[in-house]
Design a protein around this ligand. Structure first.
Ligand code: NOJ
Length: 561
């Protein structure tokens, strides 16, 4: 009996799936996806192997940042459904063994939020201090804006009172004053509300931004001696309300700085963080057909300085631009040249608008290798809806909306997403080579070679191999630079994983010093096994863009091959 069961720390080997309710499935034919529609597709997600849904913001919104501009943290956008339907969805998901996490916006509200409408009325309005104001003209902050195509300052003058309010994102998203105890209480109540409705945690938006604001505010105004105390307080509150709920943070900072956001070895701040650095290294490695940048990023994860209960969330693509901001300028240009050479494929000078299949020119071998890698990397995999069928993007849509097109369920022109006429759809369906006639769930389900089947298998094997999510890992030394060879070990279980980033086939010689002569390596993705020779060596063949998951089988190992 272990004190901790794997299911207690469920996030350590979850399969997370991010979707936006409005683009997933429209049940009532008004052109907008809805909660009732999503509930009908929970079985599909369960069959795919998803264990946790991450719902992008579904709150009432003026819709100027695709819902990340919230005008009521307690509400449900009426186009998507009601609280009743949210509860039905959560209940259906739980019945199929899925957890549900939702976006939590601590950093900002919409300028249409009643708090901000009040705050801007006068300098002595009771809500004035819910936001961050300055009375003297701001310096040049054009280098701090997140969306340089739209904004040139993080301060905006509000004409009525003649003061400037802070907004790191768009000017219609004023930053909340987290130093204000009333704001802290309000955020906690919002968390409590959704937890009470049955959700299992939050994807916390823009974490470094609000902690940084807190750091800049005058100390005597708030209760924390340093900003991370606030994150600890949020986590404590979460855990008091719901013992196994999580905070999955959006923290795109270098590894060195991530330790603090996890709460170091205490693990008392964010439960999980996306590995933005590792994700960017994957693209650099794929562009070069050289696994070394990725291997280096994996080695640099500060695992010895964080709690074993904390976890990295791995991803290949998310709902924003594919940011390459942590690469050097030369490296970024290499990735642009390989995967998005045209200006219309790029965004903000730092990222790509495309989804993975178009970047890889639809090459099924390379795509399957990339998703094998996603599931094989130490950590928890996160999929963005449509990745499992290889959806493409619509570059004609502005900015990040390019990858937020409706889910493609069938080969019909409306992709089986909605019965509404095309002009009423929440976003246009992708057309051309990645349109629904070529890429859709219905045909993928019947095609044994489809990406959907492949990802379903990866998810299944990932769940059967907890060493991937829970274990220690090591990059294995070997001479083939195009190949990432790594090993994950947890308790008795151990795996060797190989990924070839090059189109040419290779043979990888490995020496596994810690294992005995005759140890079996059992292939988990195809028939076959091999044995270590007397020098504990083995030679492993990989096709071009090949991948292998090999279980190190020890005597008495009774797990399913
Ligand atoms: C990060 C989200 O991922 C992005 O979509 C959004 O625009 C900003 N935060 C502002 O909320």
């Amino acid at each position: 009996m272990r004190i901790t069961d794997t299911s207690d720390l469920w996030w350590k080997n979850a399969v997370i799936y991010c979707l936006d309710v409005e683009t997933f499935f429209d049940s009532d034919g008004d052109g907008v996806g809805d909660f009732a529609g999503l509930a009908q597709r929970v079985d599909y997600l369960s069959e795919l192997g998803v264990t946790c849904l991450w719902l992008m913001p579904f709150y009432p919104t003026p819709g100027k940042d695709d819902g990340y501009d919230v005008s009521d943290f307690y509400g449900v956008d009426p186009r998507l459904g009601t609280h009743g339907e949210v509860v039905e969805l959560v209940r259906t998901a739980k019945d199929r063994g899925l957890r549900v996490i939702v976006d939590l916006l601590v950093n900002h509200t919409s300028d249409q939020h009643p708090w901000f409408k009040e705050a801007r009325k006068s300098k002595d309005n009771p809500y004035r201090d819910y936001y961050v104001w300055r009375s003297d003209p701001p310096p040049d902050t054009s280098d701090q804006v997140v969306f340089p195509d739209q904004e040139d300052s993080i301060w905006e003058k509000d004409e009525k009172t003649g003061e400037w309010y802070l907004h790191h994102f768009y000017k219609h998203q004023p930053d909340l004053n987290i130093a204000n105890r009333k704001v802290q209480d309000a955020i906690a109540k919002v968390m409590g509300f959704w937890l009470q409705l049955g959700i299992d945690g939050f994807r916390v938006d823009a974490v470094p931004f609000f902690l940084n604001d807190l750091g800049m505010s005058e100390r005597e105004k708030h209760d924390f001696s340093e900003p991370h105390e606030y994150l600890r307080a949020l986590r404590q509150f979460l855990q008091r309300r719901s013992g196994d709920a999580i905070l999955l943070g959006e923290v795109n900072v270098p590894f060195e700085d991530q330790v603090a956001f996890f709460g170091g070895t205490n693990g008392d701040e964010l439960t999980m963080m996306f590995d933005f650095v590792g994700m960017q290294a994957i693209y650099l490695s794929m562009a070069r057909a050289d696994a070394r940048p990725l291997a280096e990023a994996l080695r640099q994860r500060p695992l010895d300085r964080i709690s074993p209960d904390s976890q990295y969330a791995n991803f290949l693509r998310n709902h924003d631009e594919l940011t390459l901001d942590k690469l050097s300028e030369d490296e970024r240009q290499e990735v642009f040249a390989a995967f998005g050479p045209e200006p219309e494929m790029q965004l903000f000078g730092r990222g790509l608008k495309r989804r993975l299949p178009t970047m890889l020119e639809g090459d099924p071998r390379r795509l399957k290798m990339a998703y094998s890698l996603l599931f094989a990397l130490p950590g928890t995999p996160v999929l963005f809806y449509g990745e499992e069928i290889g959806m493409g993007e619509n570059l004609e849509l502005p900015g990040r909306m390019a990858v937020r097109t409706p889910m493609q369920w069938t080969a019909e022109p409306d992709a089986g997403f909605s019965t509404a006429p095309a002009r009423k759809l929440v976003a246009p369906i992708v057309t051309g080579g990645f349109g629904p006639e070529h890429v859709n769930v219905a045909s993928a389900r019947h095609d044994p070679d489809s990406l959907l089947r492949h990802i379903t298998l990866m998810a299944q094997r990932y769940r059967e191999c907890p060493e991937l999510g829970w274990g220690d890992f090591r990059v294995l030394e070997q001479p083939v630079t195009a190949v990432l060879a790594h090993r994950c070990t947890w308790d008795e279980a151990s795996m060797v994983l190989l990924h070839n980033l090059d189109p040419e086939s290779v043979v990888v010689p490995l020496t596994l010093d810690d294992d005995e002569e005759g140890t079996l390596l059992v292939d988990l993705l195809q028939e076959g096994e091999c044995r270590l020779d007397e020098r504990r060596r083995v030679e492993l063949a990989l096709d071009g863009y090949g991948y292998r998951w090999l279980r190190v089988q020890r005597p008495g190992d009774r797990r399913l091959p």
